[in-house]
Write a protein that binds this ligand. Structure first.
Ligand SMILES: Nc1ncnc2c1ncn2[C@@H]1O[C@H](COP(=O)(O)OP(=O)(O)OP(=O)(O)O)[C@@H](O)[C@H]1O
Ligand SMILES: [Mg+2]
Length: 424
């Protein structure tokens, strides 16, 4: 026993000396040699799927699909599991814990999956240690099956993962967090709640032809992947909903979302500090989603006034001492998202990352918007929602009060007619 301990101690000492005194290139050479010898004896191939791709810009879709696939497999075989309660506490999703291994079989071949995490080497103390770790799934398989695994098994896992995710999916409503919170737990840029708005095209009252047109447009869009590929355009569609307050713009969004069964991202532009942040937020949205910017004319000064205002402010601040100036500047830290930044995110090169997205703007004052923002092609469909007519009123009365007729209906009809004559 003592003999073993002393040998280990000597080995550690040799290793430390080796690290300290051997030239770096010699170390690299020896490490390479070591790895080669191990791979000669070790007959397995390992494939790693990282959680984040592209400098942490975007969470990898493959990682999420593998996670879903494995949660299905691991609930039966893994011993240490993590539980996630979903769908209004109705279902529990189990995922394998770190360093836990799950075995799977594909066409008679055995493969092993493990969930891994790597903590950074740095010595700094982090408030959010979970944010710094890198997560991944590792697939291990005998090297004689390498071809079959890379060609068929991985696509099988991704396909199954997608199907399971679609089956268990609960639609969500996301809202953007201010950027100072992005460094918090898992750097989430969006917070979400289950989306359960009951609006449908049956409960929304509007011109029947227009309703049908919008419905068909949405259905056509969601099935038009090949069309968008063929014409070389990003799979996106823009809607502009405009009209006086309370005329059903938000209800229309909920109706569209319910029809398509997409997630909703309610983007509060005033909380976005600059164009780069906006880009990162939009990159962090999932496919099959609707990005909504409500009251776009109030969210941002997109009419070119910003520059003038800033110049005036700068003039006012010139006479102040440096400390007051810094405090004032910090307090004033308003959104610097520009019109061109917004346009670039909607249909610039960045917009082609991901697909099947709908962007909806709403406004009460369409005339105040910059024409570049709402030109056809960018906002493909402009829909005006206006005050209702008597027929629409009857449908609403039926929806809300469940009545087909009432003694006051005649009087109300006269009032509606009078109102229409006044406005024409
Ligand atoms: N066309 C409509 N059909 C059915 N309900 C409607 C319609 N228009 C408005 N409503 C009802 O009126 C209320 C206000 O509608 P909503 O919030 O959608 O209006 P809005 O246009 O988004 O208003 P704002 O411009 O103030 O945001 C909702 O409760 C909605 O159900
Ligand atoms: Mg609204």
């Amino acid at each position: 026993m003592w003999n073993f301990g002393s040998r280990m101690g000597t080995l550690m000492l040799v290793y430390t000396l080796f690290k300290k005194f051997f030239p770096h290139h010699l170390q690299l050479y020896l490490e390479k040699f070591f790895r080669k010898s191990v791979s000669f004896i070790y007959p397995y191939v390992e494939v790693t799927f990282d959680e984040f791709s592209g400098e942490r810009f975007k969470r990898s879709e493959a990682y999420l699909k593998i996670k879903t696939y494995l949660s299905d497999k691991s609930s039966a075989s893994a011993k240490r599991l993590k539980a996630n309660v979903e769908k209004d506490c109705q279902s529990v999703v189990l995922t394998m814990d770190y360093n836990e291994e799950v075995r799977d079989e594909f066409q008679g071949i055995k493969v092993w999956w493990s969930a891994e995490r790597t903590l950074p080497n740095s010595q700094r103390i982090s408030w959010y240690p979970d944010d710094d770790e890198k997560r991944s799934y590792k697939l291990t398989v005998h090297r004689r099956h390498r071809e079959l695994i890379t060609q068929s098994y991985i696509s099988h896992v991704l396909k199954e993962g997608k199907e399971i995710a679609t089956k268990n999916r609960q639609r969500k409503l996301y809202s953007n967090n201010p950027s100072q919170d992005w460094h918090g737990y898992r750097r989430s840029k969006w917070s979400s709640v289950p989306f359960e708005h009951p609006a449908t095209f049956d409960t929304l009252e509007m011109d029947a032809n227009l309703k049908e047109e919008i419905k068909n447009d949405l259905i056509k869009f969601s099935a038009a992947k090949d069309y968008y590929v063929r014409i070389g355009k990003a799979w996106k569609r823009g809607y502009l909903l405009y009209g006086p307050p309370g005329t059903g713009k938000s209800s229309m969004i909920a109706t569209m979302v319910n029809l398509l069964d997409y997630d909703v991202y309610d983007l509060e532009l005033t909380a976005v500090k600059e164009n780069a942040e906006l880009r990162r937020l939009l990159l962090d949205t999932s496919n099959k989603s609707v990005v909504v910017i409500e009251d776009i004319n109030c969210s941002l000064d997109l009419t070119g006034q910003r520059e003038k205002k800033t110049k005036k402010d700068r003039k006012d601040d010139d006479g102040l001492d440096p400390i007051t100036k810094t405090v004032k500047e910090y307090e004033k830290k308003e959104s610097k998202v520009t019109l061109s930044g917004l346009l670039n995110c909607i249909d610039g090169l960045w917009s082609s990352c991901g697909g099947e997205r709908i962007i909806i703007f709403t406004t009460n004052h369409v005339e105040k918007l910059d024409p570049a923002l709402i030109r056809r092609g960018r906002m493909d469909k402009h829909i005006e929602l206006s005050y209702c007519c008597f027929d629409a009123f009857k449908v609403l009365a039926n929806n809300y009060l469940e009545i087909d007729s009432h003694s006051l209906f005649d009087e109300i009809e006269t009032l509606f007619e009078g109102n229409q004559n006044d406005s024409s």
